[in-house]
Design a protein around this ligand. Structure first.
Ligand code: ATP
Ligand code: MG
Length: 552
């Protein structure tokens, strides 16, 4: 991470606050997910921002589940969120739930009623909406607005005690029906919902609205800097109003631009649709922009943190190109992935002058990017090899530095071979390539004096293991599927997954470590899929290589 970069606007605010001696030098942020889905890369941005801001100034961050909306929350989501935050490399100071505060919030509401700042309204949702006016016309008060404190206290207690059905009454803040900010026109604080809650069970049948719960939860935890996305700018006035009228800890809200990434969708509602309609394998499908999907795809926590750092903290919405995310994982894996050989589209090469049945063990470094290579592994070599079909051409054009009759290449970490002939089947498909090798050209001990331009990867036929390989492309055909005509699902890329069943891998890859990145030379970065198949190894391609072999 680049520590020398200039401060973002939130860091500037924190530094000003610290310089002014606010909050006794304390910085406490929070990450407040609603447990109604799995976290996505946009949440990663918010996580890195909230945890990063606190870390930088010696502060801490709470993980708070915003579970005020009972019908949607599930424990599965809570567990996945905790796993993802930890995996990204962050530790929260406290794990809290907005539902932990239901008693406090109820008391806060009673306090506002007593001050004449809240009232029970029997109107329907439609009536409330129509009485709210428009941005240019003030709203009109109804008869409930002038209820006495006593009546409001009694009705609110009855709402809590389950005396009324869903939708019969709401509790509203009594603010200003003429406010230019529509959110200040007597916003709802509580609604009746006879629904089981994943933590509080059936204790409550009234639930607080987001705007009443969020700032109050911040204040209860004494959050110093409450960071959220831009759509909450207009909520800030209300956030401050509640805190001021309740005379509780003065948490402050700050807004930044949400992360938008092209060729994907990022709302949990849409991601849920993809899962439920089986457009993808699940929340952790490697094509999903979810943290669990990226993890299964082979992204590392460091690459995601670096991505969030590079996009910075903006005050205006913009669209980030997914190629920046790919750049970050390539950079990381280039430094950490072990090099291996795998042939994705195999064709057989026979080395006619190499003794049949002989095996020679060659050595190849794990990671040439690192001093010492991080050790290495033995590579068995024999007279029959699998090579990539595309590395041979019957009629090679000029400057084709691979194989064709008469052409020479180096087999990576092995010998130089010369193509002598090839065999075709009855349909005219090339089935075998025949080569001779140059015994003096062995890698690291090459005395042949022959210089070749191309190097290709290979796997020894008798030693090869088989694997399934999954190649991924963008999940959507268009940059911003949510912004197109019709349903966003109309723009799903039908070719986002390609499964290769007949892949040969070098034997060492049979011991591939889950969660580790491997570079299949010339083919990209891969990782073992997390769902082990009984009878075969499955590799996911994380990302392609920018280019093929880098010339030494
Ligand atoms: P979605 O719209 O995807 O369902 P959300 O905002 O409803 O997301 P929450 O669980 O409420 O999801 O979000 C938790 C935190 O993550 C909030 O502070 C929210 O502002 C932030 N967040 C969500 N999406 C993004 C994003 N794309 N970029 C940055 N922060 C985000
Ligand atoms: Mg939300």
């Amino acid at each position: 991470m680049s520590e020398e970069r200039s401060l973002n606007f939130l860091e500037e605010i924190v530094e000003e606050d610290l310089a002014a001696g606010k909050n006794n030098g304390r910085v406490l942020t929070r990450f407040p997910p609603e447990p109604n889905g799995y976290l996505h890369i946009g949440h990663a941005k918010s996580i890195c921002l909230n945890f990063g801001l606190a870390q930088r100034y010696g502060g801490q961050t709470n993980l708070r589940f915003d579970d005020t909306n009972p019908s949607k929350e599930e424990t599965e989501y809570v567990d996945s969120i905790k796993e993802d935050v930890k995996w990204l490399g962050f530790n929260w100071a406290n794990e809290f739930y907005a539902s932990d505060y239901f008693d406090n919030l109820y008391e806060f509401a009673v306090g506002l009623i007593k001050k004449g700042l809240a009232y029970v309204d029997d109107s329907t949702a439609e009536e409330i909406a129509s009485q709210k006016g428009t941005p240019t016309e003030p709203g009109t008060p109804n008869q409930y607005r002038s209820r006495s404190v006593e009546e409001n206290l009694q009705l609110f207690a009855e709402m809590k005690d389950g005396k009324y059905p869903d939708g019969a009454k709401v509790l509203r803040a009594k603010i200003d029906l003429a406010s230019p900010n529509m959110l200040m026109r007597d916003p709802l604080m509580y609604r009746i919902k006879h629904t089981h809650h994943h933590r509080t069970g059936d204790k409550w049948c009234i639930y607080p609205m987001y705007d009443f719960a969020h700032g109050e939860s911040d204040a209860i935890e004494e959050i110093t800097h409450s960071v959220c996305t831009l759509e909450f700018v207009s909520h800030r006035e209300l956030y401050n109003w509640f805190i001021e009228k309740l005379d509780i800890f003065p948490s402050k809200q700050y807004e930044f631009a949400r992360l938008n990434l092209n060729y994907t969708v990022m709302s949990k509602r849409k991601l849920l649709q993809l899962v439920e309609e089986k457009q993808v394998e699940g929340w952790d499908d490697p094509r999903m922009p979810t943290i669990s999907g990226l993890r299964r795809r082979g992204y590392t926590p460091a690459s995601i943190r670096e991505f969030c750092e590079r996009i910075g903290v903006a005050k205006r919405e913009n669209m980030i190109d997914v190629s920046l995310l790919e750049f970050c994982i390539r950079e990381d894996l280039n430094k950490t992935a072990w090099r291996r050989m795998a042939v994705l589209d195999p064709i057989k090469m026979v080395i006619t002058n190499y003794p049949e049945g002989q095996t020679e063990m060659l050595f190849s470094e794990n990671n040439p990017e690192v001093e010492g290579g991080e050790g290495g592994r033995e590579l068995p070599f024999s007279n029959e090899l699998w090579i990539e079909r595309e590395d041979f051409m019957e009629e090679p054009p000029k400057k084709f530095f691979r194989l064709g009759v008469g052409l020479m290449v180096r087999l990576k970490s092995a010998y130089i071979v010369k193509c002598e002939s090839f065999v075709k089947d009855a349909d005219g498909h090339v089935t075998e390539i025949h080569c001779t090798y140059i015994p003096e050209s062995k890698s690291q001990n090459d005395t042949s004096g022959i210089h070749v331009k191309g190097t290709i990867h290979w796997v020894s036929v008798p030693h090869a293991k088989t694997a399934e390989v999954r190649l991924y492309d963008r999940l959507f055909k268009v940059e911003d599927p949510s912004n197109e005509d019709g349903d966003f699902k109309d723009y799903i890329n039908p070719n986002s997954l390609q499964v290769l069943n007949n892949v040969y891998i070098e034997p060492d890859l049979a011991n591939a470590i889950p969660g580790k990145g491997y570079q299949f030379m010339r083919k990209g970065y891969f990782t073992v899929d997390k769902n082990p198949a009984a009878d075969k190894l499955v590799f996911n391609r994380t990302v392609t290589l920018k280019d093929g072999w880098v010339k030494k």
